[in-house]
Every structure is written in C-alpha cells, then in structure tokens.
Design a protein around this ligand. Structure first.
Ligand SMILES: [Zn+2]
Length: 902
C-alpha cells in the first residue's frame, strides 16, 4: 500500500518535471527536499551524463544533520579537493552527534598517532542495540554449542553487518571521499532503497585504513599533483604512505603493521559477515568475483556468493546506463594474505572493487586503449566495456563507486537471512571439514631448540583466532610420539580452514595460471620451525589445554661465576640480546662447545663475568626466550668480539617499500640504524660514519641506483613546511630527482675498500654486480618463460661455517624466492659462494615456480672481499614482509659478525 501511494506520488513528481518516468522508483523520497546546489555541482563535475546514476544525482537536505559540505566545505567529488584525515573524523563525529542512526567506535591508534575509527549506520533502534547484533555474529562464527533452534533464533533476530573500507592504499583517494557522502545518505535519506538498507543491515565504515598515508598523500597532491591535467605529465607519488609500507599493507599476512593489526583486532571482536575493500586502478569499475586459481580451502559457497553480488552490481549499473562495469577477468582467489582476506579466511565474505581514478581529484583525459586494449573489449564478463579514452573526474569515481556500493547493499538487504545462513554454513563446513578430511590436525612438536620461533608461530595463529592446544603429556599417533609440550592445532574448529591454509604446502593447481600475489607462504617453512600434518583422526580426541598466548620462556642453567654462555639456536632475538647488552664485552664462539650439559653451536655468545653485569644479561636472556648456562669456566674455543656495527640503510626516494619491511624488522628487533638516501651517499665519507651499509631490495638494475628518479624539469621536494607538515617524514629532500650518480658508486667503493661491509639484498644486488663493486660476480635476468610468484624453494648452504649461518643446523633450508638476480661466480672463485639454489622442480617446496631449472646451481648468497672490506650479495631477500623469519638471521648474523667474516 505504501509503495502504491509512493509510486503515484513519484509519477506525479516525474510528470511535473517533464520526465516520462522517474526511475528507478526506489531511489528518491518525493517528500524529502533535495539540495539543488548538490545536483547542479554533481552534474557539472560529471564528465558525461552516463557517468551518473539516479541513486547519487541528488542529496537530501535534513535540518540539523550536517552533509559533508557543511563540515569540510565542499561537496564530495569537487575537482581539486581532497580531504585530510582529521577533517574526515570531524565530519563523522558531527554526523554521529546529529543522528541517532550513527555511532562511532574507536579502534586504536596508527604509527603516527592518528585515531582509527569505525562508523556504524543503521536504524536508531539497531544502533542502540549494536552489541546484541555483534553477539549474534559471534554465535554464528562459533556455533559449536548452539542447537538448530538457537541458530534459527540468531538468524531471525540479527541483522548482518556489511563493512566498507576505504583508503587502504593512499594513492587511491576516491573511496575515503565517497564514504562520507555515503554515510550521510545512509543516515538521512528516506527513499525506499535506503530505508531497506537501514531496515535490514548495519553498515560499518572504515574511513581510511591507512590514515597516516592519507594525510601524506593529500599533502603531496596539493604540493605537486594538483595542477597536472595531462596524463602524460603525471609524476611519482610521495616517497612514503604509512610509516613502513605502501601497497604491501594489503600483503601483510601476519598483521605486523599497527593499523592492520587494529583492523584485525576489530574484526575478531566484531565478526562482520561481509567486508568490502574499496580500491582504485582499472576502468571504470571492477567488482571482484574470485577467478581461478581459487584457494581450495576457501569454501565453495564463497566463490558462488562473490559473482552473485558482482553480477547484481554489474546488472544494476549497466541498467542505469553506466558503461565499463565488469567482473571476473582481473583478480584471482589464491592468496590469503590480503587485508580483507581476514573476512573469507574466517568464513565470511570479502568483497573488493577497483574504480578508475587519476591519483587525485584533478580531472584528466585518460587513454585506456594504451593498456593493450585488454580492458575495453566486450566480453561475457564485461557486457558494456569502458571507453577507449575519456575525460575522467573524481566525481565520476564517486558516482560509480557509490552507486555500486548502494547496489551491493541493496542486494545484501534483500537477502539478509541468506547472508547470515551462509556465514553460519561456511563456519560449520570448516568445523566438519576438520573431522572428515585429512589432515585433521597440525602438530608443532615439543622440544624444538629455538622456542622463540615456535612461540611466534603459535601467536601468529592465535592472533587470527585459531585455537591452539598444549599437550602436557606425550602425544602418540600410530608409530610416532611427540613429546610433552607439543602444540596441537585441531582442524575441527571454526578456523580449522585457516589453519590449513597457513600451515600446509601450497599445491598450486595449474602452472599455466597466473596469480595476483604470492603463490606460497607455508608458515613452518617461513619460520624454519617443524610443523607436522596429522592424517589420523584420532588426534582429535587427544586431550590438550587451549592456550591464549605461547610464551618462550628463557632459561639460565648452572651457577658458575665465570660468565654466561648464550646458545645460538637460531632465534632472531640473539641480535636483540646483543644490542640490549650495549657496550658490554660480548664474545662470539667460533666453534661448538659443551657447557652445563648443553650443546652450544658456533655463534653462541659468551659474556665474561669480568667487566659485565651478569645479572642484567641473565634477565635479558630470560626476557628474550633464550637458553644460557652460567659458566664455571670460560669455554676453550676460539672467540671473537661481537662488536656492534654502526649501520646505515640506503633507500632510493621512489622505491621505499622493501626498505620499509627491513626497517620494520630492524625496529622490532631493536637494531639501530641511520636511514640514508642519495644525498648522504653523494656527500661521501661513509666509512667514517658507518661500518655496515645495507641496501634492501629495490631498483632492479644498477642503473636505477645511479640515475634514480628522472621526473619532470623542476625540483620535486619532499620536505616539511608549515603548509605541508606531513611531508619530510622518514627523510627529507629538496629534490628527490636523480640517483647516487657514478660519484655515489665511487663512494660505495671507497667505503668497502676502507673496511666497510656493503650488503645488498634481492633486486639491489644488480648494483654491485653491474658496477664492479664485486668484480667476480655477474647478475643476469630470468628468461621470459620464467614465472615465480614468490614460492618457497630450497637453498643449499655451501659454507656452513660462515658466520652468517650461525644458528642454522641444517645445510638445506627453505627460502622465500623473490626474483632476485641470477648470480654467477667463475669456478676459480666458487669458494665465495655461501649458499646456492639447487634448482629444479623437486626443490620447490610450496607455491608455483615455472622454469625452476633456471635456478640450478645459481649462487644465492656471495661474500666478496674487496680491499679492507667486503660486499655481501644476496639474491635472496632475507627479510621479506615479516614472513620469512627463518631467514632473518642470515642478515642479522652478518651485522653482529661484520668484522669477523674472514
Ligand atoms: Zn589498492
């Protein structure tokens, strides 16, 4: 009845405006007054009529409730306007204060001290009742103690939460703008469409997932990008988004970054059934549907739900006449390491868009045929392709993304019970799958010498809500007995699916299929920690005590007063201990010895009582989870002083992300260093300031370091000013153009000749090979057929006595393969090679490597003495995304033994 009256009113309204039909009939409430200024502005900023939809061509005016313009001074999508994070928060707070349909939760602080929030929007009664709905999601996320009647009751009384996230990638500026207008529209509009959404869903909004990067990018936009109106004049983005990483905040599989961790913690507290991550790249709007290869552990229901939503959105926007909305042919469903993967890894639904944008709010002519034309063809998954070229504006971006999001919400609001049923069913499937399908559990056997990596592994699983049990008695499965103290991860639990995803070997289904990101991530390999899959279902009945966190308890045995010996069992905390002891006279044993009944491998620290505070050392050992013995007498082995080097880490101005991961690891393990750039290298005199210079993976050729960023004909400053206070962070430059130059290469050579240690990692290792800093080493590239989306491969340690391998007790070890150069060394210099790749398919441990024979006997790490110093060249990337902890020591050992590698 209500609908009929509404329809009549709408028909009258339409006639009055001279239109044949105001459609869709659901998109406006004729009783609600609309802002004429908004309608006029949006029409003007939209570059073609078909780039606008009836869902977003109007904005209601509601006295007492601020629209974005009332707080931030402009309508969303105005050319050359971007909003700083603090202004976004001001807007959301004002909206919250004015509307009982909105509430805000604070979810933690960023690295740089910005407050992260989630904004909830629904009917007033449900906002008041938010906790009850969240309790409902939690019940469905772990229904083990619910009866069928309970489940029915929860589904009948709970509204699904649909979370939307913008600004994970700071250069993708549109979503964070659009979300403010969406929040307002959802809070105030009384059209049938929006009423339905409010009545059936709770919408949650994360305004900018990388809030630090948002402000830095907006500063950069206003300083350098705003007046660039020609696509071919575009320049690089700011040297940094957040503190450490750029796009890789969406590859942080272990949630190491503070903001990503805050979002995970919020997820684990809230369990929204749908998370929708809003990105920007390709034209005009791509909606994710989970193309092949699909991770087989993810629920088949997921891959049916994804196209269900995507097809509905594509159909709606196509119906509104908006070209260029498509699905399927861009992004697959293999890696579980994207930020939004937290939703489908936990039995929910992750959704994702890519909307077209210009890297800011400046309207620009964009050529799309230039992308090989591959995204402008008509296909079954792209019925109305984007145009070959067009003027594109921020408002176009807002129109597309908001219309699609509203359509996604419309769909979810039409089937709220289905959303919840699916969430429940996927959870049940995960639990049942653990009972019916091997492996039924994973065991981390007790008694592993380095308990710090065991604890890290367990705690990374716990972070994601995976239940881990501790066995206080030996666990016997058929003929194998695991000692007391083993950890057991049973798969008949809600997140048994995720445990399998993270712990098993990644068996890539088809070598002909490409994948968007990593193909292999098996955690036991990455942490060099034993993990055993158990196929016998009797493991499910083994009694264990579920633990909250694992603690690596350090221990100090013996009562001797001669000193303290600290065993190097491969813990990355060894270097932290060394730095915590500061100027103390710590020695490194060059050979294995026994003391107090324990084996001390080469590389163990010996801290003599003479001149040291042993009580402090003891406390540090215990706090860091290490193993030590108080010595009756000093061991009778060769030792050298574990001198602490003065460290510099080099970064180019335009490739700071891999450097960021190494910076992050150094900060976490308390390794001090100076971050230096081309300016400091060109100044020279490096040896007087530093002992070790680390160049993390970047560049991809020697020339890239020498030439640097070529850029436009005017200086590009990255400096802090009164106007641009978020620039000049983590380094500062009056002009980021150019590289270290040939004179910089000479300075590096002088540094090495004078006794410095130059360390290059991954792609940076082309530099010493191509510019004769390591005369015997050549670096070449893989063939065009070679394809290695970062699998895990074996490396053979050929010089196990070398100090960089202190703490490694095997000579064949898993390494992350990150496409560093193919290194060669002449036969006469083979002794320089510390590790090599055996190559071949049999040495691919997890994930995909096409062309594994190209690696056969290629050097993986080379130590090249040069003058009084040396160059350590890694084709590997020993510090990759807080992931390959088992390799970190191959770098850390080089630091602690920098002047003892002869
Ligand atoms: Zn993105």
């Amino acid at each position: 009845m209500r609908r009929l009256v509404l329809g009549l009113v709408l028909a009258l309204f339409a006639t009055a405006h001279g239109l044949a039909l105001q459609w869709p009939l659901e998109s406006r409430d004729p009783a609600q007054s609309q802002d004429p200024d908004f309608a006029t502005s949006v029409k003007e900023w939209t570059t073609k009529p078909e780039f606008l939809s009836p869902l977003v061509d109007h904005l209601p005016v509601v006295p007492g409730v601020p629209m974005p313009k009332d707080v931030i001074g402009h309508h969303i999508g105005e050319p050359k306007k971007l909003t700083y994070y603090a202004d976004m928060l001001r807007y959301y707070r004002a909206l919250d204060a004015a509307s009982d349909r909105v509430t805000i939760e604070s979810i933690g602080m960023t690295d740089e001290g910005r407050e992260m929030i989630v904004v909830y929007i629904s009917d007033a009664a449900d906002i008041a009742n938010l906790k009850t709905h969240v309790e409902g999601y939690k019940k469905l996320a772990d229904p083990r103690n619910l009866s069928d009647a309970d489940v029915r009751q929860v589904i009948a009384t709970t509204k699904p939460m649909y979370q939307l996230m913008g600004g994970l990638h700071s250069g993708e500026t549109g979503p964070s703008e659009m979300l403010m207008e969406l929040a307002y529209r959802l809070a105030v509009e009384t059209s049938p469409l929006i009423n339905d959404i409010r009545e059936n869903l709770i919408v949650a909004i994360t305004p900018a997932a990388d809030a630090d990067g948002r402000d830095r990018y907006v500063d950069w936009y206003y300083r350098h990008l705003i007046d660039i109106e020609d696509e071919s004049d575009r320049i690089t983005g700011p040297p940094y988004w957040g503190k450490y990483v750029f796009h890789d905040n969406n590859r942080d599989i272990n949630f190491s970054q503070v903001s990503m961790r805050n979002l995970l913690d919020w997820y684990m507290r809230t369990k929204p059934p749908i998370m929708h991550d809003l990105h920007e790249s390709i034209p005009f709007l791509y909606t994710y549907s989970g193309a092949a290869p699909q991770n087989p552990n993810l629920d088949p229901i997921l891959f049916a739900e994804l196209p269900m939503f995507a097809n509905f959105e594509m159909a709606q926007l196509t119906k509104y006449g908006m070209p260029g909305v498509w699905t399927h042919g861009f992004m697959d469903g293999w890696s579980p390491g994207y930020l939004g993967s937290m939703a489908y890894n936990h039995n929910g639904l992750m959704r994702m868009y890519e909307t077209f944008n210009n890297g800011g709010a400046t309207t620009m002519k964009r050529n799309l045929g230039g992308r090989g034309g591959s995204q402008i063809t008509r296909e079954w998954y792209r019925p109305l392709p984007p145009y070959e070229e067009d003027m594109w504006s921020m408002r176009n971006n807002t129109n597309y993304m908001q219309t699609a999001v509203l359509s996604g919400l419309q769909y979810a609001a039409s089937f709220p019970k289905v959303v919840l049923e699916n969430f429940y069913k996927k959870t049940m499937n995960s639990i049942e799958g653990g009972k019916t399908t091997a492996p039924h559990a994973f065991i981390i056997p007790g008694g592993q010498k380095d308990q710090t990596r065991v604890a890290l592994l367990v705690n990374l699983l716990r972070l994601q809500g995976i239940e881990v049990g501790l066995a206080d008695k030996p666990v016997k499965i058929k003929d194998t007995e695991y000692p007391a103290g083993s950890y057991v991860i049973k798969r008949d639990q809600p997140y048994g699916r995720l445990a399998k995803i993270l712990l098993e070997k990644q068996d890539y289904p088809d070598p002909n299929l490409r994948t968007y990101d990593d193909s292999g991530w098996t955690m036991g390999h990455m942490l060099h920690t034993d993990v055993v899959a158990v196929d016998d279902s009797s493991i499910l009945d083994v009694p264990v005590t579920l633990i909250d966190v694992a603690e690596a308890k350090g221990r100090v045995a013996g009562r001797g007063g001669a000193g303290l010996a600290v065993a190097h069992y491969g813990s990355n905390n060894m270097i932290t201990l060394r730095y915590r002891l500061g100027s103390a006279g710590v020695k490194t044993a060059e050979a294995a010895f026994k003391a107090g009944g324990l084996d001390f491998p080469a590389g163990s620290f010996v801290i003599p009582a003479d001149g040291n505070d042993l009580a402090k050392a003891r406390a540090a050992v215990e706090a860091l989870g290490l193993t030590a013995v108080a010595l009756d007498a000093m061991p009778d082995v060769a030792m050298h002083d574990a001198d602490l080097p003065r460290i510099a880490m080099f970064s180019t101005w335009t490739s700071t992300q891999e450097v960021g991961w190494v910076r992050h690891a150094f900060d976490k393990f308390e390794i001090p260093f100076d971050l230096i750039y081309k300016e400091q290298v060109r100044q020279g005199n490096l040896r007087s300031k530093y002992d070790v210079l680390v160049i993390p993976s970047q560049g991809g050729s020697g020339r890239a370091f020498v030439q640097g960023y070529q850029g436009p004909d005017k200086p590009i400053a990255y400096t802090k000013t009164d106007r641009f206070k978020f620039l000049g962070e983590y380094g500062s430059s009056d002009d980021i153009r150019g590289g270290i130059g040939l004179e910089g290469v000479l300075e590096l050579e002088r540094f090495v000749q004078a006794g410095g240690v130059l360390i290059t990692l991954g792609a940076a290792s082309y530099l010493p090979a191509e510019f004769s800093l390591a005369p015997h080493v050549t670096a070449t590239r893989q063939s065009n057929q070679f394809y290695a989306p970062r699998p895990i491969v074996n490396a053979e340690i050929t010089r196990p006595e070398h100090p960089i391998f202190y703490g490694y007790d095997k000579t064949t070890v898993p390494t992350k393969y990150t496409n560093g150069p193919l290194l060669s060394v002449p036969d006469a210099q083979k002794s320089l090679v510390l590790a090599q790749y055996p190559g071949g398919d049999s040495n691919v441990l997890s994930g995909l490597l096409r062309g594994a024979n190209e690696l056969r006997n290629r050097a993986a790490i080379v130590d090249t003495p040069n003058g009084d110093g040396r160059v350590l060249i890694y084709a590997t990337n020993p510090v990759y995304r807080w992931q390959n902890h088992g390799e970190f020591n191959m770098l850390f050992n080089a630091l602690v033994n920098w002047n003892d590698m002869n």
